[in-house]
Design a protein around this ligand. Sequence first.
Ligand SMILES: [Zn+2]
Length: 273
Amino acid sequence: MIRVLAPVLLLLALFLPHAQAQVLSGDLVQGGMVIGRTLPGTKVFLGDRAVSVAASGVFVLGFGRDHPPTAKLRLLGEDGTASESVLDIRQRTYRTQRIDGLPPKMVTPPAEVLQRIRRENGEIARIRAVDTPVTYFEDKWIWPTIGPVTGVFGSQRILNGKPRRPHFGIDIAAPRGTAVVAPRDGIVRLAEEDLYYTGGTIMLDHGHGIVSVYSHLSRIDVAVGDKVAVASIIGAVGSTGRSTGAHLDWRINWFDQRLDPALLLTGMPAAGG
Ligand SMILES: [Zn+2]
C-alpha cells in the first residue's frame, strides 16, 4: 500500500529579512525529497554536506531510508548573515518481506561474478555522485509505467531465510514490453543491456544529485547523453538480470541517500483503458 501524502509546505524563518529566508516543500520523512527555495547566492549546508543552489535559488535535499530523527540545515547569505534550523525527519517502520525457494545463485552471487558486480556497482555509485546544475527534479513527477505495485520502498528482504539489503525501489508489475517513460525530464547517464543484478538498466540524471534508475528492462530506447523529456518512452518492461518476473524496479537517489519514489506521486492510476 503506497502511503499518499499531500505535500507539506513549511515556511521557515520567512520573517527574517535577509538570506535566511527559505521555503521548503515536500515531506520531511525518511525516503523524502524536499525542494527548497532561498535567495540566489545563499550557501546551503545539510549537516556537513554543501548543497548546490541554482541561480534561481532552488535546492534539493533528500533523507535516506534510515535517516536519523533530525537534520541540521544551515544557510549562509551573501551578506554574511547565517541561520541554522533543526529539521524533524519523521521515522518510518518498514515491512519485512520473506521470499523462499529462490535458486541459491540468486541469493548469493557466484564467486566468478564478484569482480563484475564490483565494477558495475562502482559505475552506478560514480553516476550517483554527479551534481549536475539542472533542476529537472522541480516539476511534477509521473509514473514511469502503470501496474500493480508489488514491492515497496524500504522493506527488509529475507531471501531463503537470510536477511539481505532492504529493497530501495518500488516494483511495478507489468507485462514484458510495456512502455517505460521518463517520469521527469532527465539526462541519460547509463544505458546498459545487461548488468548482473538489474539486467537492462537506465539511469536518468534530474540534477543536483537526483538520479533515478529503471531496472530489468527488455528494451532500451535511449543512449548515454540523451536529454529525455517527461513522458517520453525510454524503454520497455522486462525480467532481465536477477528478476523473477516481468516488472519495473524504479529507484531514486539524492547522492547516496535512497529516496522513496512513491512519495513523489499520488496513487497509481488504474491499469488498462
Ligand atoms: Zn525491485
